[in-house]
Design a protein around this ligand. Sequence first.
Ligand SMILES: [Zn+2]
Length: 282
Amino acid sequence: MKAFISVDLEGLPFVVILGQLDLKGSLYQEAREIATKITLVVAEELYQNGFEQVIIADSHGPMVNLLIDNLPEYVEIIRGGFRPISMVAGVEGCDVALFLGYHAKHGTAKSTFDHTYSGSSIHKLVINGIEVSECLLNAFTAGEYNVPVILVAGDNQLLEDDVKKYTPWAETVPLKHSFSRFAARSPSMKKIEKNLKESVFRAVTNFKEGKVKPLVTENPVKIELTFRGTAFAYVADLLPFVKRVDGMKIEYIADTMTEAYNIFQLLVTAASGVLAAMKYQS
Ligand SMILES: [Zn+2]
């Protein structure tokens, strides 16, 4: 059996300041160590429970966060940001998916670093009528490859808002209870490790007993995307299949979730191009 793990940073325990989130951040090393520790605890437990291969997609920012020294033999790691289906690249052919360090969508009152894929450009992403977090975007995409999400560990508000509602078969492990965008309460790492091991065991048991299923949406997929500025929507609307709904909002129809995701990635990349171009104008 083969397991897939996607790892983000914002929903990890003890990660509450911007200096933990980017390559040059003052406490970035600390966040990398937390991410690596949590990921390897989960990978090891999967291995002990019958998964002979664990594919890990490093899925935050430039996607080179996890420390690669001393990875066990059964692990393969996917690094680097420009890749189809982004945070779930590599999920094809896996039996189960687990999401670690995940956070709630943009606009959530009590979730650290609330955002949906891009804090600078995206206000709201709706897939076939459902407003999604990154977690749901990725779960729908994994579902297209017939891969069920069996465990999500991250910000408690995400678990409450999305995971329990849309993938109730998935085990949930709260890594933090947030007070705001920049503060949270977390258990000790020792307690978290214990919770993760127990939850992985339960998740794998649920999978073996057929109690989990892929989260699937209908094709074609209708995407409604609201940006955080009109310039982003203008650029998106240059594509012939994109319809401008209003100043900030566009929509498009994709044949599959994979296509929907990759177009979304293109539009986010175009938005960062807009931001870069605006800097040149100043
Ligand atoms: Zn992230």
